[in-house]
Every structure is written in structure tokens, then in C-alpha cells.
Design a protein around this ligand. Structure first.
Ligand code: DQA
Length: 144
């Protein structure tokens, strides 16, 4: 079974109460359970993590090679717009990356329109809430 590393960045641990008008009322635990339920019939397993610390996210990305992960799904939160370190880590490990955002970052403030993560990503899914994580998992299913 292919293993997928799902990384969540700063403040995503506050989902449920954090700006519900932007992010909805689902908690990160709800999203984790959606990912686990979605992954199983697709023949995937997930390792779902969250950190508020940039270095922890960089170190988690480094683990993909030793951990034998087939890909990364990442919602880097605000680090999306600031972190060259996360971009460099994603470029270094050379596994397929799918970038996810709950909100449509292009409908929001201009500083959210640029993503460092996108430079390393195979694709980006934003604006579909937690469903974006489920869609991202489907992109790792081998066809044919
Ligand atoms: C976010 C969008 C980012 O701009 C923001 O800083 C977040 C969450 C999203 O999922 O919509 O923390 O990544």
C-alpha cells in the first residue's frame, strides 16, 4: 500500500473555532478522519501531521525518503506564502507533492496569492474545504 504524508502547518490545529466564516467548522481531527476513510478504499495509507513550527515541517519532509512515502499532501498554512525553507525541502526529496488549501487563497488578500510551495507542487487544490484533501488523495491512485 502506498503511504502518503499529509502535512498541516501553523494554526490549522485551531480549525473548528478559527475564523469559521473562512475555514468552516470542521476540526483538524474531522479532516484526519476524512483522509483515513478516503484513503482506505483507494489502497492508500496516510500519516497525518500538524505543526506550528517551520523547522518541524522541514524535518517531516526529510523523512519521506527513509519512510518510503509515495507522496506528500501539504497545507503549509501561512508558511505557504513565506517559507523558502519548506520549498527547498520539497524540491530536495523529489516525491510528488500536492498543495491543498481549505480557502480559495486567490479570493483573499493579495499576500496570499503567492505560494512558495506551488513551485514544488504537481498541482494545487484550493477553495473546496476539507474535500480538497480527499481530492488530493485521489491524485495518488495509479490508473491503468
Ligand atoms: C490556508 C490559507 C493560508 O493563507 C492561511 O495562512 C492558512 C490556511 C488554507 O487552508 O486556506 O493558515 O492554508
Amino acid at each position: 500500500m502506498a503511504r502518503i504524508l499529509i502535512l498541516n502547518g501553523p494554526n490549522l490545529n485551531l480549525l473548528g473555532t478559527r475564523e469559521p466564516e473562512v475555514y468552516g467548522t470542521e476540526t483538524l481531527a474531522d479532516i484526519q478522519s476524512l483522509c483515513e476513510k478516503t484513503a482506505q478504499p483507494l489502497g492508500l495509507t496516510v500519516d497525518f501531521r500538524q505543526s506550528n513550527h517551520e523547522g518541524d515541517i522541514v524535518s517531516a519532509i526529510h523523512e519521506v525518503v527513509k519512510g518510503g512515502f509515495a507522496g506528500i499532501i501539504i497545507n503549509a498554512g501561512a508558511y505557504t506564502h513565506t517559507s523558502v525553507a519548506i520549498l527547498d525541502a520539497l524540491l530536495a526529496v523529489k516525491v510528488p507533492v500536492v498543495e491543498v488549501h481549505l480557502s480559495n487563497i486567490f479570493r483573499r488578500e493579495e499576500f496570499r496569492h503567492h505560494s512558495f510551495v506551488s513551485t514544488a507542487a504537481r498541482g494545487v487544490i484550493c477553495g473546496f474545504g476539507s474535500q480538497g484533501y480527499a481530492l488530493a488523495l485521489q491524485t495518488f491512485v495509479k490508473k491503468g
